[in-house]
Design a protein around this ligand. Sequence first.
Ligand SMILES: NC(=O)c1ccc[n+]([C@@H]2O[C@H](COP(=O)([O-])OP(=O)(O)OC[C@H]3O[C@@H](n4cnc5c(N)ncnc54)[C@H](OP(=O)(O)O)[C@@H]3O)[C@@H](O)[C@H]2O)c1
Length: 264
Amino acid sequence: MPGLQFSTALITGASSGIGEAIARELAKQNVAMVLVARSGGKLESLAAELSAGGLKVIPIAQDLLAGNADEVLWNELEKRNIKIDLLINNAGFGGYGFFHESPIEKQIEMIDLNIKALVKLTYRFLPPMITKNHGAVMNVSSTASFQPVPFMAAYAATKAFVTNFTVALSSEYQDTPIRFIALCPGRTKTNFQVAAGSQKVRIRSRAATPKQVAHVAVKALRRNNHIAIEGFMNYAMIHLQRFFPRWFILKIAYKIFKPKNIHQ
Ligand SMILES: NC(=O)c1ccc[n+]([C@@H]2O[C@H](COP(=O)([O-])OP(=O)(O)OC[C@H]3O[C@@H](n4cnc5c(N)ncnc54)[C@H](OP(=O)(O)O)[C@@H]3O)[C@@H](O)[C@H]2O)c1
């Protein structure tokens, strides 16, 4: 299979889960990388491992919730003369439970990371891609982006933003070679479930491995899709729901997502 046509990727949230798995897959494709997350130690050991064969992999510890994170990253890369032609906005987290029971500060942080940081990084790194007529932006969304999700209301809404924003950009820039892809994993075995507290979901579907999601990501980078969904069942579910009224989908979503301790 031909290699990917990208020289240097920037991956946010590369210290664990899906971001780390994508970094491992891109290393196999010989794509140099800048790895970003808060856990500097984890990034450094991953970078050391991936660069063992001579590949350039640079870890940068950065909290993307800092208001100027996009500027700090941009300046750091300018200083090192690193040009990004593949931006992977993956950092994100979710929350599970009744909306009023989760601290509002946490929910605002989630909106700021899942949406604001992603939009700001896209805004920073897109112009050079346009100038060079080459590049791609992959935004990690979710199967939760295709319908409202009770008990994950704000999280699913952030991902609806991510999918719609990405697909709209893919249309807006259709006359350029710049690619925009919304990567939509379903349930995946990462720290996400623990961080979101979503192990209490009543009906649990199959969970993919981060590696399976990363394979879908790399496949999507080779093709011309603007939405990449991991797993046949996720794909079928998303496409089938278009044939049913919204109230019906919401009723099913409620049954699936209501916490185990609610009996109705
Ligand atoms: N797992 C699932 O079931 C699932 C399903 C659909 C979509 N997704 C999406 O997939 C993406 C990756 O999640 P994951 O499942 O791989 O979970 P994960 O293992 O918890 O990874 C989240 C990553 O985001 C980074 N991160 C969190 N807060 C950050 C901040 N303030 N600044 C910089 N980096 C930050 C974390 O690193 P540090 O803690 O080191 O900062 C970590 O590398 C998310 O956007 C998530 O919404 C996950």
